[in-house]
Design a protein around this ligand. Structure first.
Ligand SMILES: O=P(O)(O)OC[C@H]1O[C@](O)(CO)[C@@H](O)[C@@H]1O
Length: 328
């Protein structure tokens, strides 16, 4: 595997998780379910992003917080994939999140709150990111542990942005709202909410395409370089000052959808690191997400398969998608 990338690439996971994926024929709430299979994978958004980037051949360092009690599973992943480990250890256990995967691919996630962290722990993560400035690309992903202020990810983003790093931020809820409330010189370079997360953050109904696009354009006008909204089987929209695009994946395989969004973030980071233009970036990000569906755990298929998927992604002007409002 070739290592590539003129940029210095990093990810941040403040609240990683071991994903316990339980295979069931069907989930019926309130009834006893007999599991057909179970597997444990090191996960959490920042871990998944780092793992997919490493599979692609990008040299990557992971930062954030990790429970000392069950760190071995993560350390084994980092060692196997050559991921540089700069995570701060807490004398606790990393959470286990439950993924109930039914035949046909429908997944129900039960995400636990995880360990508690303090302002001092966040300061230790900030210290590990302190050397990063211009030339660095940093993906900050996932929820924040209990004990940290809603501002935690926004604060890391602001410091990195002010030093000239580009931050790709994939958080939701109050942490996303806090990051978007910042002054233009402290905003992330890119965000990737799904439609529901953007609606919750902006407290707006964005079910109509026109409203969704207007909201995304508003964020670009405020100074976010790249706004990506993921739309499940409808693909994703990509808006920047340079281009407005929709990328539509080919027929999807029926694997667990867990981590597909993280793979998309990894694809965005890989594309930015390689200096790809907007169309190629949209195709790369979508191919990573589709490729991830084919694999259990935080793993991408090999490069050749991703490049074939990339060629099969349909990227078109956003105006075409906008003109086809369902029910209009
Ligand atoms: O940090 P959150 O929002 O609780 O999400 C964590 C979950 O998301 C995933 O990263 C998938 O996106 C899982 O690996 C993990 O269990």
């Amino acid at each position: 595997m070739t290592r590539s990338g003129p940029c210095d690439v990093h990810t941040v996971a403040l609240n990683p998780a071991i994903d316990l994926t339980v295979g069931l024929s069907q989930l019926v709430p309130g009834e006893v379910a007999r599991a057909r299979s179970a597997r444990h994978d090191p996960g959490g958004k920042g871990v998944n992003v780092a793992s997919c980037l490493a599979d692609w051949g990008t040299a990557v360092t992971i930062h954030g917080l990790l429970g000392l009690e069950n760190a071995a599973r993560f350390e084994a992943l980092f060692a196997a994939k050559g991921i540089s480990d700069a995570m701060v250890r807490l004398p606790q256990a990393t959470r286990t999140n439950i993924k109930l995967l039914e035949e046909g691919g429908r997944t129900t996630d039960v995400n636990l709150p995880g360990f508690s962290a303090s302002a001092r722990d966040l300061a230790a993560v900030e210290a590990s990111l302190a050397p990063l400035g211009a030339g660095a690309l940093v993906a900050i992903s996932g929820s924040q542990p209990q004990g940290l202020e809603d501002e935690a990810s926004a604060r890391l983003t602001a410091a990195l942005t002010r030093r000239g790093a580009r931050v790709v931020l994939d958080v939701s809820g109050a942490p996303l709202r806090a990051a978007l409330a910042r002054a233009p010189d402290a905003l992330p370079f890119a965000i990737k909410p799904n439609r529901h997360e953007l609606e919750a953050c902006l407290r707006a109904d964005l079910s109509r395409r026109a409203d969704l696009v207007a909201a995304a354009r508003g964020l670009v006008a405020r100074g976010i370089g790249l706004v990506i909204v993921s739309l499940g089987t409808e693909g994703a929209i990509f808006l920047s000052a340079a281009a407005e695009l929709q990328a539509l994946p080919m027929a999807l395989s029926q694997g667990s959808t867990v981590g597909a969004g993280d793979a998309m973030v990894a694809g965005v980071v890989a594309a930015l690191a390689e200096g790809l233009g907007p169309e190629a970036l949209a195709a790369r990000a979508t191919a990573f997400a589709v490729g991830k569906l084919r694999n259990a755990g935080p793993h991408l298929p090999e490069q050749g398969e991703i490049r074939a998927l990339e060629r099969a992604v349909a990227v078109r002007p956003l105006a075409e998608w906008l003109a086809q409002e369902p029910g209009a």
